[in-house]
Ligand binder design. Structure first.
Ligand SMILES: [Zn+2]
Length: 378
């Protein structure tokens, strides 16, 4: 049977003792990660090659022997830290990322991941059992149906705790065919413009929170650094940030679920989000709408519900081509051009709608080529 992996996030209420152990585990994972990153870097710099998860994992007991506090925490969490390091370097070798960086204490989200073995992670009543922590109070807002694979414990800057349980469960039933194909231009002004003319705006509903945030930030700036009131104000700011992030993520979930439900075939641009974030002009908008998250959600939902998702090469000139006649108008490269008329066929275009139609056409072309290839038609 086909299965999928799904993460379920719950609020966690650890007691004081458990909070201390969570902090220790996060610190230990960071220590192990940084220790082996240093070794990995030295090997890379002298030989041009990396280490491996297996090598680091074998060296871990030796490191633990000299450091008692590393033995207090869940050992599978330390192994996961090594796995993350290995993944980071693998992505670097593939040219997808910069080299992994050292982890530090000041990152707003601190987490570790325990692996499931021998029933060490399970839900029991209103509590979850986690390695070394024992039973921790949990706010169980959803029912799990499936096999737990891992548990990621997070503590946020607002001093809240969450656990994300990764579960393997049966693939959901595919949606009925709708016969609809859609191309999506993801962007700056609107979140998405669809080739059928629909526009999905960027979320506005957190704007009231934005003013609350500004107020909380002003209040924080007036507090004496390091004082008790300063810490209180800082937590308040962090809570508002987290609330905004939650609303944004909910919205992205809603939008991507609807897209996958309504269309059999979806074409998107294969955006280089990291490069966009480095571009000063694009960075703010891209950060705001979390485009990479949007793509991530679309990709896995399309997979779950048996929809075809095609990514169009990021160098495809979707904005510049006339979707009516194919004429390439390089003047449209300028992002300020919102509307234009094709000098060849005189069709009047809205920049983003035209782009989304081209993305759909290109996506269909790529898909057709790949299906022809697999059925062996010459
Ligand atoms: Zn034209």
């Amino acid at each position: 049977m086909d299965t999928i992996q799904k993460a379920y996030k719950f609020r966690l209420y650890p007691n004081k003792e458990q909070q201390v152990l969570i902090a220790k585990t996060i610190g230990s994972c960071r220590y192990v990660y940084n220790y082996f990153l240093n070794q990995w870097n030295e090997t890379y710099e002298s030989t041009g090659k990396g280490l491996s998860y297996g090598k680091c994992s074998k060296a871990l007991p030796g490191l633990k022997q000299g450091l008692d506090w590393l033995q207090e925490v869940d050992s599978t969490a330390l192994q996961t830290a090594l796995k993350h390091l290995d993944d980071g370097y693998k992505r670097f070798f593939k040219g997808l990322n910069d080299r992994p960086r050292f982890k530090n204490k000041r990152n707003p989200v601190q987490s570790y991941t325990s692996k499931y073995t021998n029933n060490n992670i399970r839900i029991q009543g209103k509590r979850v059992r986690l390695p070394k922590l024992g039973f921790v109070k949990i706010k169980l807002s959803k029912t799990l149906r499936g096999r737990i694979i891992s548990a990621t414990v997070r503590s946020t800057s607002s001093k809240r705790y969450y656990v994300a349980l990764l579960v393997e469960e049966p693939k959901p039933q595919a949606f009925d065919r709708t016969g609809s194909h859609v191309g999506i231009d993801m962007g700056l002004k609107d979140l998405m413009v669809l080739s059928n003319g629909d526009t999905l705006p960027n979320i506005k509903s957190y704007q009231s929170l934005e003013s609350k945030l500004a107020k909380a930030q002003r209040s924080l700036s007036r507090k004496e650094y390091g004082s008790a009131n300063y810490h209180k104000a800082k937590i308040k700011v962090a809570r508002i940030h987290e609330r905004i992030a939650d609303i944004r993520l909910d919205y992205l979930h809603k939008v991507t679920s609807a897209l996958v439900k309504n269309h059999d075939f979806i074409a998107i641009e294969d955006l280089n989000v990291e490069a966009m974030l480095k571009d000063k002009y694009l960075a703010k908008s891209v950060g705001d709408v979390s485009l990479s998250k949007l793509v991530e959600l679309l990709v896995y939902k399309a997979e779950w519900y048996d929809r075809k998702l095609v990514k169009v090469n990021r160098h495809f000139p979707s904005s510049q081509l006339c979707s009516a006649c194919g004429y390439k108008n390089s003047k449209v490269k300028n992002l300020a051009v919102r509307k234009w008329t094709c000098p060849y066929c005189q069709t009047r275009h809205d920049r983003d709608l035209n782009a989304s139609i081209n993305i759909l056409k290109e996506g269909e072309r790529i898909h057709l080529r790949s299906t022809v290839g697999t059925t062996g038609v010459a």
